[in-house]
Write a protein that binds this ligand. Structure first.
Ligand SMILES: Cc1cc2nc3c(=O)[nH]c(=O)nc-3n(C[C@H](O)[C@H](O)[C@H](O)COP(=O)(O)OP(=O)(O)OC[C@H]3O[C@@H](n4cnc5c(N)ncnc54)[C@H](O)[C@@H]3O)c2cc1C
Length: 486
């Protein structure tokens, strides 16, 4: 296109947005991170105007270093690009859906084998350029302290949401539904647990054998404790050390071990009420695994919140009988993380149950990681736009990674809800058995991409039945401060 033709198209766009902006509702997006930028872009793509509020550089977070939109706070990798990996599939879905942020990542990619690593500066520069050049998006550099009354609003302020807005969110959702700290235990793929070395059962035979128990004899226990005590941990940043009360209430497993060589055997690994059916005896210590998803494909290690480096978690926790080949779908972590109790607070469309037109997106919803944040931004931006246009909200099928992720985030067990990264354990199982992990994951991906295409042709069909699920969740929430289905 020639320069004058480009100018003509730009001028037409400007006129279109000025005229339309006068007649249509505006969407407000708060937070110019990965989720907020994607949400704003999707709203603008639907020919609506957006005000995108970002508090940096005037008010910084403890982790960001610049005033740029879409700054990557830590690693410069958006994870695997391979289709037999959950992160690779989610990115491919987002490419198909027209994600701005994934497109910018692709354009600024660095050589990184099967992963999508980006030039950190080039990536956020490109997102800034695209967002700021869009005539439908106005970037407002200001901290938002109250949830605006005018709707739709998308809150995408991330794990380090400013204090004022955090308080406003807590007032809306009830304080018990806003968490400020993550103390997460690792989550394992159940199919990677060696069933020959573990047994099912609950303490004193209560329940229906809900736990998987990994028995340790005295020698195995002491070897495990010794390795745990010498394993390398991640140094905490200053802002993560500030609130010690979270540590006391939810101590990392290595800190408990440091209080005495038998401390774990009297704590989370106590064997009382458990008999190993193969020996007829009580083991010296027991590591318990608890089901983490409705489908039973994921199990967390009970009481194993930890600050060990990820590689060290694999090395040390694989010493536990039955976990020799365990696949970690999420590592344990301790860090400051503001997130709402989404299973109680949000519908599967990412709209808030107590505020029509109020959406949440990104890490604050309890999804984990860069690409999950982009996916949440996409979904909330599209659904906010569809609300304005009077169209049915999108609820992607749970055979897709985007659909499965937000099904989990909005329907996990509220009492134990912790952030989750995309993984195949969340996806509806395949109807036929496929042997071999790689082939099975490839089959998941093929089905996901096919189902996504089908869904986009007739989106309303998969959304049917969604209000009924929301109703049952609302009933589950006994401790809520007035949260109910609209
Ligand atoms: C220390 C740290 C390290 C991390 N490392 C990784 C990693 O290596 N890989 C990974 O995948 N994930 C990592 N994460 C998780 C990461 O935060 C998310 O993956 C991703 O950044 C979330 O995107 P988001 O858009 O939800 O939040 P963010 O990217 O944090 O964006 C939120 C934006 O909202 C702005 N904001 C906050 N409050 C207000 C307000 N009141 N008004 C206006 N603007 C506001 C912030 O300035 C920020 O720009 C890390 C998180 C932390 C805290």
């Amino acid at each position: 296109m020639t320069t004058s033709a480009r100018f003509f198209v730009w001028a037409l766009d400007m006129i279109y947005f000025i005229v339309r902006g006068m007649s249509l509702k505006k969407v407000t997006v708060i937070g110019g991170g990965l989720a907020g930028c994607e949400a704003a872009w999707q709203v603008a793509r639907h020919n609506l105007s957006v005000d995108l509020y970002e508090m940096r550089p005037h008010t910084m977070t403890p982790a960001h270093g610049t005033g740029k939109l879409a700054e990557l706070v830590c690693s410069n990798s958006l994870g695997s690009n391979l289709l037999d990996r959950a992160m690779g599939l989610l990115k491919e879905e987002l490419r198909g859906l027209g994600s701005l942020v994934v497109a910018c990542a692709d354009e600024t990619a660095l050589p990184a084998g099967g992963a999508l690593a980006v030039g950190r500066e080039a990536f956020s520069d490109l997102v800034n350029e695209r967002i700021e050049a869009h005539p439908g998006i106005k970037v407002v550099r200001q901290e938002v302290q109250e949830i605006p009354d005018a709707r739709p609003v998308v809150i995408a302020t991330g794990p380090l949401t400013s204090d004022g807005l955090s308080q406003a969110i807590a007032r809306l959702t009830g304080e018990q539904h806003l968490h400020f700290y993550d103390a997460m235990a690792p989550i394992l793929a159940s199919e990677s647990i060696n069933e020959e070395r573990v047994f099912r059962g609950s303490r004193y035979g209560r329940g229906n054998g809900d736990y998987i128990n990994c028995p340790l004899d005295e020698e195995q226990y002491h070897r495990f404790v010794d390795e745990l005590l010498t394993a390398e941990t991640i140094p905490l940043r200053q802002f993560e050390r500030e609130d010690e009360r979270f540590f006391e209430a939810c101590l990392p497993v290595e800190v408990i071990a440091g209080r005495g060589r038998e401390a774990l055997a009297y704590g989370p690994l106590r064997p009382v009420g458990l008999i190993d059916p193969r020996t007829g005896k009580r083991p010296y210590a027991v590591v318990q695994l608890r089901q983490d998803d409705l489908a039973g494909t994921l199990y967390n290690i009970v009481g194993f919140q930890t600050n060990l480096r990820w590689g060290e978690q694999e090395r040390v926790f694989q010493l536990i009988p039955g976990l020799e080949q365990a696949e970690f779908v999420r590592y344990g972590q301790m860090h400051r993380n503001t997130f709402i109790n989404s299973p109680v607070v949000l519908e599967r469309t990412l709209e808030c149950r107590v505020g029509e037109g109020l959406f949440f997106a990104g890490q604050i919803t309890g999804s984990e990681g860069y690409v999950a944040a982009i996916a949440g931004g996409y979904l909330s931006g599209v659904n906010a736009s569809r609300l304005v246009r009077g169209e049915a909200a999108l609820v992607f099928p749970a055979t897709t990674m985007i659909g499965a992720l937000f099904r989990y985030v909005t329907s996990a067990e509220p009492e134990r809800f912790q952030p989750m990264k995309p993984n195949f354990g969340l996806v509806t199982p395949l109807k036929r058995k496929v042997r071999g992990k790689k082939r099975r994951y490839q089959a998941y991906s093929q089905r996901a991409l096919r189902d996504l295409q089908t869904y986009l042709i007739a989106p309303s069909s998969s959304a049917q039945g969604y209000p009924r699920r929301a109703a049952s969740l609302a009933q589950k929430d006994t401790g809520s401060a007035g949260l109910s289905k609209r």
